[in-house]
Ligand binder design. Structure first.
Ligand code: MEV
Length: 336
């Protein structure tokens, strides 16, 4: 059957433990969450690549282009940054398929851009999923995740690959140096708090790299500790799964991980305010999730989710009570 149109979707993620240190080969734990980016890909007769962005959520701005197509060169600030992931994703798939065709890609996203929730990885994964299927390439979700990693390396210069992997695979994973395993699936009683401002993953990763190169003897032990926090958290999740996970211990590990991220310089006043507000309202632990510099924190709050959500609102953040998504990349529709 020759395919004319494909709709694919991919989820956002949260990093539970180990952001930044994962770029240096340490392990990390992440989960896909139930906010999605949808990408529709179809052939066009112009021979060009067209990208239409519908409702790309950037902080303080919703870009809606319902009728006119836009080309990715257009400068729409943060939205344009997202479009560079889309462009690289399309180029890479065409290279893999050894084919050039006019393709129109339309994007709709529920994931705020620059919030540390993996909006760029989700858009790259959904684009690779939709365009590869349109061009007749049979890729597994794992292969799509690997191509997503190549897209991040092209756009950001540095990336561990954890974001596209978890977005493509879904569920709850332990990740290290391009390899992952699934952790037992569970619903975590968490609240995500969005600062409303965004951080650039590319710049934050580069800033940590500069510090690392200038003071390796100071920074390496911080990264090493982060790796140990992750391994301890994994032990608790895996070994206590049947008897009920030890949330207080996980909470303490989150607080340690947050302190270490602060030491790396990726926290902000607002992130710290949301973290302390959540802990004061009864969260067992709270930390940055993602690259930091704005974006989101999350709190572990069994039986206290609504109190913590209120505290985050009072502290000036936007709370989101999200669920873990078992599914990663999903092909929603294939039309002949
Ligand atoms: C961003 O979500 C996570 C970082 O560790 C970067 C990466 O792993 O590529 C900051």
């Amino acid at each position: 059957m020759s395919v004319k149109k494909v709709l694919a979707s991919a989820p956002a993620k949260i990093i539970l433990f180990g952001e930044h240190s994962v770029v240096y080969g340490k392990p990390a734990i992440a989960a896909a969450i139930d906010l999605r980016t949808y990408v529709r890909a179809e052939f066009n007769d112009s021979g060009r690549i067209k990208i239409e962005a519908h409702d790309i959520r950037t902080p303080g701005l919703i870009v809606s282009f319902s009728e006119d197509s836009i080309y990715f060169e257009s400068d729409y600030g943060k939205a344009a940054e997202v479009l560079s992931y889309v462009r690289e994703a399309i180029n890479l798939v065409m290279e893999e398929a050894d084919r050039n065709a006019g393709v129109t890609v339309s994007i709709t996203s529920q994931i705020p851009v620059g919030a540390g929730l993996g909006s760029s990885a989700a858009v790259a994964v959904a684009t690779i999923g939709a365009v590869s299927r349109l061009l007749g390439l049979e890729l597994s979700n794992e292969e799509v995740g690997k191509l997503g990693h190549r897209v991040e390396l092209l756009v950001q210069g540095a990336s561990s690959g954890i974001d596209p992997t978890v977005s493509a695979i879904g569920g709850f994973i332990h990740y290290q140096k391009g390899k992952f395993d699934h952790l037992p699936f569970m619903e975590l009683p968490i609240v995500v708090g969005y600062t409303g401002s965004s951080g650039s993953t590319k710049e934050l990763v580069a800033m940590v790299r500069r510090n690392y190169e200038e003071m390796p003897d100071v920074i390496e032990p911080i990264l090493e500790s982060m790796g140990r926090v992750v391994e301890k958290a994994r032990e608790i999740i895996v070994s206590d799964y049947d008897r009920g996970v030890k949330f207080p211990l996980l909470g303490r590990l989150m607080n340690i991980n947050h302190g270490l991220l602060d030491a790396l310089g990726v926290s902000t006043k607002k992130l710290s305010e949301l973290v302390y507000a959540a802990k004061t309202a009864g969260a067992l632990g709270a930390k940055i999730t993602g690259a930091g510099g704005g974006g989101c924190m999350y709190a572990l709050a069994p039986e206290k989710q609504s109190e913590v959500a209120t505290a985050i609102t009072i502290a000036g953040g936007t709370p989101m009570i999200t669920r873990i998504s078992r599914e990663g990349l999903r092909i929603e529709e294939v039309l002949p």
